[in-house]
Design a protein around this ligand. Structure first.
Ligand code: ZN
Length: 284
């Protein structure tokens, strides 16, 4: 496991709130993309934001929304990206993907480490955000999803609970860590079939989504900047081999190429050890 993963709803929400306090009211002099791949749109032109005042920074799913009145920049940080106001002179120039230069001489920069060029910026009309890629295909935000919505989606899209929770089309804002945490908090197997969950189980999943997002958000709001994933709170995520904080059973894992499912057998699977169908046939 690397210590790096895409930030999820709590980290991004807290970061949007910090940025909003820090940079609102500044007037955009120029938006400068620093490579060909970072800016994903051509209409409206980014110059449409020039001279406008930054009104707020908010969040939708795992996207940050940097709003200059009628124009909004949609920013996706991917794994290691950061949106940093007033970068220190030491901030590596090579890692900077885009700059928002303000008329008071200050800046906000989008940085991304190494050679990755996956972070993206979309320039959109604020009143058409829901009809703008990449936001069009997002499901309801995790903190706005109702229990009825969740029940309906579970029936309509039968799949493993962990996969459902990570799928941004189903519910927006959760990722690898929160999918693990929500399944544990709801006392359900990450491999449970969503279409087979009864009303009481659906209610537990809904409550767990709200609980896990809220606890993490309160934790993130205490930080002055977006912390590394290793510093984020978890009961089971990235704790393979450790004791479950609820029952002290050993936390188990199922490994995939780009993520790890962590769970507690006693709390979640009636003591059963999970093996993934796609890999277990290779085990002797
Ligand atoms: Zn447990």
């Amino acid at each position: 496991m690397t210590g790096c993963s895409v930030p999820e709803l709590p980290e991004l929400q807290a970061h949007a709130e910090r940025l909003s306090r820090h940079v609102s009211g500044r007037v955009l002099q120029e938006f400068i993309p620093l490579n060909f791949t970072v800016l994903k749109t051509v209409d409206p032109p980014v110059a449409a934001a020039t001279g406008r005042t930054l009104t707020t920074v908010s969040r939708r799913g795992k996207y940050l929304l940097v709003q200059f009145g009628e124009i909004t920049f949609v920013v996706h940080l991917m794994q290691g990206g950061r949106l940093i106001p007033d970068p220190r002179p030491s901030t590596s120039k090579r890692g900077v993907r885009a700059r928002w230069r303000f008329d008071d001489g200050s800046e906000m920069v989008l940085t991304e480490p190494g050679t990755e060029r996956r972070a993206g910026v979309w320039c959109a009309y604020t009143d058409r955000l829901d009809r703008t890629a990449p936001l069009t295909s997002l499901g309801p935000d995790a903190l706005e999803l109702t229990e009825q919505d969740l029940a309906a989606a579970f029936v309509m899209y039968p799949m493993r609970l962990h996969n459902f929770l990570r799928d941004q089309h189903m519910v927006a804002g959760l990722g690898r860590r929160l999918a693990n945490e929500v399944c544990h908090s709801a006392r359900l197997s990450p491999f449970a079939n969503t279409a087979k969950l009864d009303t009481e189980a659906v209610a537990r999943v809904h409550a767990a989504i709200v609980h896990c997002c809220t606890v993490s958000l309160e934790h993130e709001r205490l930080n002055n900047e977006m912390v590394n994933s290793s510093d984020r709170f978890s009961a089971v995520h990235a704790r393979t081999g450790e004791a479950c904080p609820v029952c002290a059973d050993t936390i188990r894992s199922v490994e995939y190429s780009d993520y790890t499912v962590n769970y507690c057998p006693t709390c979640q699977t009636g003591g059963r050890i999970l093996a993934d169908n796609t890999t277990s046939k290779f085990l002797k």
